[in-house]
Design a protein around this ligand. Sequence first.
Ligand code: PGA
Length: 255
Amino acid sequence: MTRTPIIGGNWKMNTDRAAGLALAKAVAAGVSTGTKSEVAIYPPFPYLPLISEALCATGSQVILGAQDVYHAEKGAFTGEVSVAMLKDVGCRAVLTGHSERRHVLHEGDDLINMKTLAALNGGLICTLCVGETLHQREVNETDHINERQLRAGLRGVTAAHLDRLVIAYEPVWAIGTGKTATPADAQNAHSHIRAVLADLFGNDAAAKIRIQYGGSVTAANAAELMKQPEVDGALVGGASLKPDDFVAICKAAGG
Ligand code: PGA
């Protein structure tokens, strides 16, 4: 099964208006040739309309995504942003279940599930992030945690949603720490994730779902990670703020 790799740049709470615009333009220009992967960027909410316009103006294929979404359609939810609002400003993708939302903002599996379902029902590409903490890894719970987060996060997801579903395996201990899972560790975790997806959706459907690796991916380690048969791209934080590095990661995928 050949899956088109997908590389995401999660900018987190970084950049300002001018730096974000410049970064988006540099990425769009850098990946306009020589990459076989799909490329998505996830800027902070306030800069989405501006960056959407800039990507449209150049006819870029770069997918614009948001770092979060709320599941309700509208109403009294102070501070939240709906699927329709994201689509209205040109977003085609969203992240759910990112470890910083789980562990810093204390989002639980039920909320993550509702967000995931709302995003998929609304037609967005949704990347559901899963991954174990250092302690969970040390007590050999990696597969168990990934499975629990997958089964809970994907409750209610059906075959009709699957072409827009992406999974990101992001071991919490590797995010922003400079520590990366070895290619073999990533391959093992991804194989188990695909087995869970097969149990949920059947072998054929599971074989088509992209599974990204995330956690201190750099231009130096991306190619080795993405050579693993079960690693279908990367979700990149720190290195996505440096256009040359991010473009190099995009070109390392499927190259
Ligand atoms: P990192 O972040 O590349 O800075 O480790 C990855 C992520 O949080 O998606």
